[in-house]
Design a protein around this ligand. Sequence first.
Ligand SMILES: Cc1cc2nc3c(=O)[nH]c(=O)nc-3n(C[C@H](O)[C@H](O)[C@H](O)COP(=O)(O)OP(=O)(O)OC[C@H]3O[C@@H](n4cnc5c(N)ncnc54)[C@H](O)[C@@H]3O)c2cc1C
Length: 518
Amino acid sequence: MRISWWTSVIVWQFADFTRGDQVVLQDDRHQAARPRNVAIVGAGAAGASSAYHLARYAAAVGIPVNITIFERNDYVGGRTTTVNAYNSSEHPIELGGSIFIEKNRIPFEAAKAFNLTTSSASLSSRSSDIPGAALGIWDGEHFVVTQNNEGSWWDTAKLLYKYGLAPIRTLRLMRATTEKFFQMYDAPIFPFNSLTQAASDVGLLAVTSATGEQLLRESNIGRLFAREIIQASTRVNYAQNLDHIHALETMVCMAVEGAMAVEGGNWQIFDRMIEESNATLLLNTPVKALDHDASSGTYTIHTGSDSNQNFSALILAHPFQYSSLSPLPATIHTPAEIDYVTLHVTLFTSPRLLSPLFFGLAPDKPAPHAILTTLPEGEHAPDRKTVGSPGFYSVSLLRQVTSPTTGASEFAYKIFSPAPPTPAFIARLLGVQLTASGELKSEDVTWLYRKEWQSYPYEIPRRQFERISLGDGAWYTAGIEGFVSTMETSALMGKNVARLVVDQWIAEGKGMRGHHEV
Ligand SMILES: Cc1cc2nc3c(=O)[nH]c(=O)nc-3n(C[C@H](O)[C@H](O)[C@H](O)COP(=O)(O)OP(=O)(O)OC[C@H]3O[C@@H](n4cnc5c(N)ncnc54)[C@H](O)[C@@H]3O)c2cc1C
């Protein structure tokens, strides 16, 4: 039996694509139709997927479409983006969405279709000639787990000895849960006008409305395994502990087999989707306001430039509360705010390995390469924002890199933490001294990059999800983030909205009412 699934550092799942897209037969009645102008606000996974699928679905029924994507950043990808270590394009490092798996149907299929090269993101793919275990789970005082490589029979034996049947029960539970999710990709669930209804139809509301802790307890999964393994995964993936994160997202964290990334950056998937869609992409173009003319059903987009543009459909493909678009016109629904995690991602390069002393190891015992954290026995997070005594979520040695200035071999690291790591923290982590003025020495940390993200929602248990149709040709993708927040799920919602938009056009062409959420 292979139980390598639990050892991956970052754990994202989704979808068993055995069936292709819903096929819509060519409908000649639309051939001579006027082009539909569609505005998409946001060029992340959701916006790119909306554009890509909209172009395909519209073409399949002969509806001409002009898609314009407005993006306030100077790059495509949103939270899926890379930065270059040493500011050198030879060393891109994922700053946000890092990993997807083969069952992540949309990025996986798109990467294949676009001939993008993917490489394994599993621990065993990392350099084995660096001293130290591949993975350690640290509770602020001790390593409660260390793993040398992925899935050896000895690791498996140790796992079963320590945790009994909990790993197997978790695997079964994860598979049963994600199988329900996969139903959302195909008819009769897809396309769905209401995420709440779709989640109910596939039987997932029971897991979105319970905490991870409740589900694991009810499923007879031992507390030790839950705390040491599953909680380490919910912390590294979502900066949340089992008492607060909902059970569906908890199961997503355990679905890890075949983790991969696109070489050079996952953003390329979304870049290529936009290219394929023939959309007009306007980078550095924040949408500042929207008007809605209810009599003609058109939207006017204000970007601050002189020329305002009119559209008959509008897709808001971003978390609304961070868009500066509030208030929306009163004629359409305004998405409710939900609380997002503030996550600090710190990337740096150093010739040093992590200090064993930081983690309470003997000086001659190398620290593991990827260090996840969990709460120590008896410690509970009183609220969803508490990181607990470890003080951070994870620190990972990503790979060996060659410094372009010295030619020396160094290590690239990534830290996830609730606050920016101080120079003193990084110095302790590397076992080095600060300068007299309290700075990191440039020979110890040769490149450093800090980013504060509103990374994903606090995945609190819930039974209701934000509307998809905001009314009168306006659509919203980010409601899916309170359900599951991944590149895949944003891309799924983009695809779902694309299908709904084109179905509505088809229905209008037949003189029928379109799909509207009530
Ligand atoms: C640190 C981190 C690690 C992660 N790791 C993973 C992982 O390993 N695997 C995984 O699957 N997911 C991961 N995720 C989650 C994943 O990155 C996101 O769920 C996904 O990228 C969200 O895509 P989106 O298109 O919905 O939103 P976004 O990527 O946020 O895109 C929205 C876009 O809208 C733009 N925008 C907003 N307002 C306006 C406006 N007014 N005008 C114009 N443009 C606007 C924004 O600039 C942005 O580009 C991670 C996220 C973070 C932050």
